[in-house]
Unconditional design. Structure first.
Length: 202
């Protein structure tokens, strides 16, 4: 992967928490345009991104009712940028996001955590300990959105595999009770599934 289009970029880098969500979406769109993404593909990525952000909010609401309090700002930024590098390398996009975001944002703890959350949304679930819960929420939200894409087989397979990875991590770190967190995940997954069925039958 190359990022030659950024050579000589004199844009002043900012802290990632300093931007609002509209600015975050502008950066996402700007980057996708720079990749010369086909309009149809770009629309697909941005629609998926907005749905994932919404699902993250639904899960956070459920978790808060159980006494858990994910960092919503950090989670939202991670959700908005989780597929920003998808057109660079589909299979490895979760691993190379940091290279993309470092062109826009100053390197600090918040950027490290956002990149760690994003990296954990696919493959092995090994985020930084400080963002285990946020990383779990993003990963599961991304899988739940497969329901909206109409691919239930992929959803169940990736959902079960992700739960297994998260359970292993939670057991190792001892930070969170997997069963209670899974309750929030399952509740939102069922809600999204019901909405999808209603949409199909409408």
């Amino acid at each position: 992967m190359t990022l030659d289009r950024y050579e000589g970029n004199q844009m002043k880098k900012r802290e990632i928490r300093s931007i609002d969500y509209d600015e975050a979406y502008e950066i996402l769109n700007e980057y996708l345009d720079s990749c010369k993404v086909h309009k149809k593909e770009k629309k697909k990525i941005t629609k998926h991104t907005r749905r994932v952000v919404d699902i993250c909010h639904q899960i956070t609401n459920e978790l808060e009712s159980l006494g858990y309090h994910p960092d919503q700002e950090l989670l939202d930024l991670s959700a908005i940028f989780h597929d920003i590098a998808k057109m660079e390398n589909d299979e490895e996009h979760h691993k190379i996001t940091k290279e993309v975001l470092e062109n826009y944002f100053s390197e600090d703890d918040d950027l490290e955590e956002v990149c760690s959350i994003i990296k954990a949304h696919k493959g092995k679930f090994k985020p930084m300990g400080s963002v285990n819960l946020e990383a779990a929420v993003l990963r599961i939200s991304d899988k739940i959105d497969k329901i909206n894409k109409g691919d239930l087989n992929k959803f169940w397979k990736s959902y079960r595999e992700s739960l297994k990875e998260i359970k292993k991590n939670f057991k190792k770190t001892g930070q969170y009770r997997f069963k209670s967190v899974k309750t929030a995940f399952d509740k939102v997954a069922v809600c999204v599934f019901r909405k999808r069925i209603c949409f199909i039958l409408d």
